[in-house]
Design a protein around this ligand. Sequence first.
Ligand SMILES: Cc1cc2nc3c(=O)[nH]c(=O)nc-3n(C[C@H](O)[C@H](O)[C@H](O)COP(=O)(O)OP(=O)(O)OC[C@H]3O[C@@H](n4cnc5c(N)ncnc54)[C@H](O)[C@@H]3O)c2cc1C
Ligand code: SF4
Length: 349
Amino acid sequence: MQDTVLVVGAGPAGLSAAAGISAAGQKAVLVEKEDVLGGAPILSGYAKLVPSGEWAKDAIGRMISRVEQDDSIAIHKGTKVAKLEGEAGDFTATLSNGETVKAGAVILSTGFTHFDSINKPEWGFGTYEDVLTTTQMEQMVASGKIQCPSDGRVPERVAILLCVGSRDRQIGREWCSKICCTVSANLAMEVKELSPETDVFIYYMDIRTFGLYEDKFYWKSQEEFKTKFVKARIAEVTASGDGRLLVKGEDTLVKRPIVIPFDIVVHAIGMDPNEDNPEISKVFGVGLEKHGFIERAEHYTNTCGTTRRGIYSCGSAYGPESIDDSISQGSAAAMRAIADLNAVVRKAS
Ligand SMILES: Cc1cc2nc3c(=O)[nH]c(=O)nc-3n(C[C@H](O)[C@H](O)[C@H](O)COP(=O)(O)OP(=O)(O)OC[C@H]3O[C@@H](n4cnc5c(N)ncnc54)[C@H](O)[C@@H]3O)c2cc1C
Ligand code: SF4
């Protein structure tokens, strides 16, 4: 029986899980495939997070420091798990760096992969320099200057297109990515703050600023920052001939075609299943649900479980999730893993 817990993936969920295991008095081994910790908010250079308004590098930076300064947590960066043998209570993992780790339980906090906008070619990404993703636009906000990548001019008009790579059956992505409406309303306010002369338009099918995000982001961005929301179906993004971009589609409220010129077009990209999930499923022997996210064992009495005993999951590995909820689920997975390990010990004694 091993009491160490192996945590795979060091994004918000994994950092929270590792800290939770240590806080409960047990040892954790944290394995991260990239050379830096922090997951998507750090790897993709997010700007200010919703809902806190804190810079990602500060907020997630605190989570990183907490695990880095903790002697109960061993960290392996630039590493994957190559093989997992054994069973709940007594696993042996072989890491890609050749080391072996003995662990009683495993938490998969392996997160998601950003939708690649190249899979939506009719909306101009990869063709026009001034068509960007939300992560690229967040990096521009973090740099402190809003300008067109093509020639450095200050944009008169920016369009943010919602649901890119989400709620789109044609490209096999039926799910709502949950956070991108709120992230986009926030981004619109950040752009206006940095560049007051720029007008921001958000093209949407539905607005899903869920829970308490409605007034803080949706209404505030309209009322205080004059963001214009247009309910529309977008057909294509093309060049206008004078160096601008044309967003063409149908205004679905008045049922009329619309063609509006913009200087920058932003794709609000969604959350795909982690591209590693087929490999993760094989190495760890866990099932995937129909979209390719990690399959949850049971919704009410084993929320952090997977289809294999002793292996748990949390955060966006299970499906689109916010940072706050990923952090809570990381703590819950840690608690559940330790509780199950303690039950094995009690049974054996
Ligand atoms: C454009 C955009 C902006 C967003 N902004 C916000 C926001 O402002 N506020 C908010 O609440 N949410 C936001 N989100 C959602 C946020 O990104 C997620 O909630 C959060 O990243 C989920 O954390 P996680 O730890 O589950 O996954 P991730 O952040 O994806 O972390 C997973 C970690 O696991 C590692 N990993 C993956 N596979 C392996 C493997 N095989 N072996 C080892 N390691 C592996 C990855 O490298 C990564 O470090 C945004 C999402 C998008 C798309
Ligand atoms: S949160 Fe909004 S932008 Fe994101 S997929 Fe859902 S409806 Fe579309």
